[in-house]
Design a protein around this ligand. Structure first.
Ligand code: ZN
Length: 515
């Protein structure tokens, strides 16, 4: 009745299937032939932080409070940003299982810094500063980990992302080596629930997409290392156990960019405080045009560097970060109606547009209609695949305070939030990968159908499925459903009310025995 949850950031069937067909991934093949597969739909924001937190909690962003790497707040004259390294609310599956006395091991799951007290071990993942910080619960597990793997790494060095200071393949392979050493160490411990996450696929797919699709030898080596780790997971299973492999989002290659922030500016929805700021932005654009090739890498690097800067300014052990001004051009906030604060959307194919309170619903509708009309001049494809409002983020304590438009980019397009660009559309030289909402799901083990493909399920469905498999009552606020299609016999659903009545009956029995 144990569950091993094997997470792979950014995994897509578009890579797994052709690699499998070439016979390169024997363990993925075991998983596919002996289990059930299907698309696992990500959130409308197909981003690492909110999507992993919805996998871990079964809750919407409005309940776990994570939307991006940063959270943003508009003050009267400025926009403040603060990095996010942990969810704000909602119980994660490791909390629920710990409460039930299950032994949990949670390793390298993004957004788990600082680590939480659990009935077992937690090792923080992506967005944790580095191994100098307090990244484990219990704290002394770090000594054991570093004694066994002195060079253990949480993630790749962010400067590698600039594709200048090293090879992202080589670095990712090295991080993956230490990850699997850590996985072997974890497997020597007792567990009822083991959750480990591999993040290398996302890192190489952003920068070397075309080479991966062309079976570059180092790409082959990476997916084979991932396959080996999956083999360890499969070999660790006993006959009553379940293995679930999940990704937080899928991936795709793109060739075109649209400058939506610039578009909003041209529509008169944004004003700058002075025209020299506008001229400065245009100048920066012209300079950057000459070094276009590294701009994409720098974007990833920018995120990582901003994170490091914030940690450094507050000291590595400090977990509360102070808000810092967001580096958007100097906007005149009294005359700005719509803005995109974050540049994360560029690597994930969406824009999260914040709307000022002064905008009427009619104005918003007009804006939506106008965005729907925009087409890529190079391909004729629409810019927007889908446009959502803030209600798609759920309801709860951490629901957004302002109104939003979430624009999902269409085929072969991503959306950039920079201002000062002279043209709204731009073609990208090859080899760029961005996130896609369709991720990967495999189930394997006790009671799972063999060789089946099921209809798409959702990141919200992971927690209810695991809890039901382990006969644990489902908390009322879960958003998802049990993935019963994957099992020979539907899993029985326990409700809190049921278990409460069981507890009450037991208490009554005890009370009568005592009298
Ligand atoms: Zn990514």
């Amino acid at each position: 009745m144990r569950v091993l949850l094997f997470g792979v950031d950014g995994l897509t069937f578009d890579i797994v299937n052709p690699y499998m067909e070439r016979g390169l991934l024997p363990n993925f093949q075991r998983l596919r032939d002996g289990g059930t597969q299907g698309v696992l739909k990500s959130l409308v924001l197909p981003m690492t932080p909110p999507a992993w937190m919805s996998i871990a909690t079964g809750l919407s962003p409005a309940k776990h409070g994570v939307y991006d790497f940063w959270e943003y707040e508009k003050t009267e004259n400025n926009l403040q940003g603060q990095i996010v390294t942990h969810r704000k609310g909602g119980k994660a599956i490791w909390n629920i299982l710990s409460d039930w006395g299950k032994r949990v091991l949670v390793a390298n799951v993004p957004l788990t810094y600082p680590p939480e007290p659990v009935n077992g071990i937690m090792l923080s993942g992506y967005m944790a500063p580095d191994m100098k910080s307090g990244v484990t619960y219990p704290a002394d597990f770090k000594d054991e980990l570093l004694a066994a793997i002195p060079d253990y790494k949480i993630d790749i060095d962010p400067s590698i992302s600039a594709a200048e200071k090293g090879d992202v393949f080589v670095e990712t392979l090295d991080v993956t080596r230490t990850r699997t050493q850590m996985f072997r160490l974890m497997l020597t411990k007792p567990w009822d629930f083991l959750f480990i996450t591999y993040v290398g696929a996302d890192r190489i797919q952003h920068l070397r997409w075309d080479e991966i699709m062309a079976f570059h030898p180092l790409a082959v080596e990476y997916y084979q290392k991932l396959d080996e780790a999956l083999g360890l997971a499969l070999d660790a299973l006993e006959k009553d156990d379940l293995l679930m492999l999940v990704s937080d989002h899928g991936f795709r290659g793109i060739h075109h960019r649209f400058y939506l922030q610039e578009y909003l500016h041209r529509q008169g929805l944004q004003r700058m405080r002075n025209t020299s700021a506008r001229q400065r932005a245009e100048r920066v654009y012209r300079v950057k045009k000459t070094v276009r090739k590294i701009v994409w890498g720098l974007k990833l690097q920018g995120i990582a560097h901003a994170i490091r800067r914030q940690f450094r300014s507050k000291g590595l052990m400090e977990t509360k970060q102070e808000a810092q001004p967001v580096r958007l051009p100097d906007l005149d906030w009294a005359n700005t109606k719509a803005w995109i604060p974050g540049y994360s959307g560029a690597i994930a194919g969406y824009a999260n547009v914040f709307l000022d309170d002064s905008m009427t619903e009619e104005q918003i509708e007009e804006m939506v209609a106008a965005i729907r009309e925009i087409r890529n001049p190079a391909t004729g494809q629409p810019l927007a695949l889908e446009i959502h409002r803030e209600d798609t983020l759920g309801t709860g304590e951490f629901a957004p305070r302002e109104r939003h438009l979430i624009v999902l980019a269409g085929e072969d397009i991503t959306i950039i939030n920079k201002l000062g660009y002279t043209s709204l559309w731009e073609s990208v030289g090859g080899s760029m990968g961005i996130h896609h909402p369709d991720g990967v799901l495999y189930l394997y083990g006790a009671g799972v159908k063999q060789g089946e493909t099921i209809a798409p399920t959702h990141v919200y469905d992971v927690v209810p499925t695991i809890l039901s498999f382990m006969n644990i009552p489902l908390p009322d606020e879960l958003e998802g459903k049990i993935i019963n299609e994957a099992f020979e016999r539907p899993l029985s659903q326990h409700t809190n009310a049921e278990s409460n009545s069981v507890v009450r009956r037991k208490l009554r029995k005890l009370a009568t025995q005592n009298t």
